[in-house]
Design a protein around this ligand. Sequence first.
Ligand code: HAM
Length: 465
Amino acid sequence: MRAKDLIASMTKKAAAPQVSAPAATPMISLDPPSGTRDFFPEDMRYKTWLFDSFRKAASSFGFQEYDAPVLENEELYKRKAGEEITDQMYNFVDKEGAKVTLRPEMTPTLVRMVMSRMRMAGEAVQMTDVLPLKWFSVPQCWRFETTQRGRKREHYQWNCDIIGVKEATAELELLAATVYFFESLGITAADVGIKVNSRKIMGAALKQAGISDDSFPKVCVIVDKIDKIGAAEVTKLLTSGELQFDEATAAKVVAVVSKDFKLEDHVELEGVPELQKLLALSEKAGIRDWLVFDPSVVRGLAYYTGIVWEAFDRKGVLRAIAGGGRYDALFSLYGSPKPVPCAGFGFGDCVIMELLKERNLLPNFSRSVDFVVAAYPGSYAEALNVARELRKAGSTVDMYLEDAKKVGNVFKFADKVGARMMAFVAPGELDKGMVRIKDLRGGGEGQRIEKDVPLDDLSNYQRYF
Ligand code: HAM
């Protein structure tokens, strides 16, 4: 149906149906698919601003941007630890029989890309020629989730990762970049905190209980649910199903994630001194106020192996703002002959926007352009040239696309597009080699300043005001 017909059918008054009129076509759904978002121009201004802020923060810390297709090989996510993310994939078999998926997260893609770079570098090249690297991206990720405040079926996720660094200096750098970003938007440590913990503590407890390393990711995925389902339910899951832990082991696991677990009481456990060092160094990095040790944070993704963290709203209203951690085993899982240490975080675009709105920290963006160029009847060709010269000089220019027969309409248009200046191109001035420029924001109330500027000096129009 053509737009004209569609509008006609929408506005048609209930009248006696014409015998020959075709049946009205039902209108298409005007909503995007469930859990996904349209970005209208006014939304795009905020999105662009947010992404620019992500990019600025990452660049300030020396991260380089990368990107990859949103379509990924499904096998990258075939992990068997019972993570939610693998059940939430938008996966399908393509027309050549390849099993693909819209990426639910970026980390596997990053590892795939770095592995391919290392392979390209060849045997003769030391890993140190490629690593360490600090990369970032802002990919769209797709998860078939139950949508709720701050959780959608698609979201953009700022990712920063450091590959090739074993020490917790990597985690510190990542946390500092996150804090830098928050501060750049006016968010303080009173608004947001970052809970930190280390999965190594859980690993040490399991080792003490004689549990094999294979169970580690599964235990972490179960324990991650403790806030939601409670300790009793976690114990039930640990003592049944595949794991079949005895009660004593399950109790040990639950003890290391309980609120009563204090780092200073367990300095002998692997992971504790490293975490203490990170917290001590965070003072010098100026981010100590943001960090809170929280033994219950283990994160829901199977691949984390060490320090993990989650940024949270201190008011406790919003969902997790960002999350990350160390994942030293993912390269090996993908067949790398050598293990490669990695750490990184993902920071979604939904919760942060909620937080900024709530704290009144969103800038007031409105539509704006430097110039509207309008032509009196018969002067359109010259007006095009004026617009071109102004653009060449670096101004943004919106052309009034009709003859300016009614000046009032041109002003209305200039108002709508947020123009600062207006160039009226008319024969009177053109004959003198000039163009009339109006400063729409200058002058007093109801007053407009206008000057005639030589056509061959348009790039310097500001000098005339
Ligand atoms: P994640 O915890 O699954 O980690 O996601 C990281 C962040 O992405 C969340 O804290 C949240 O801000 C956002 N997020 C996740 N799912 C949704 C959703 N359905 N709707 C809106 N926002 C969402 C990861 O994805 C890891 N790959 C992060 C990472 C990078 N770890 C190491 N490097």
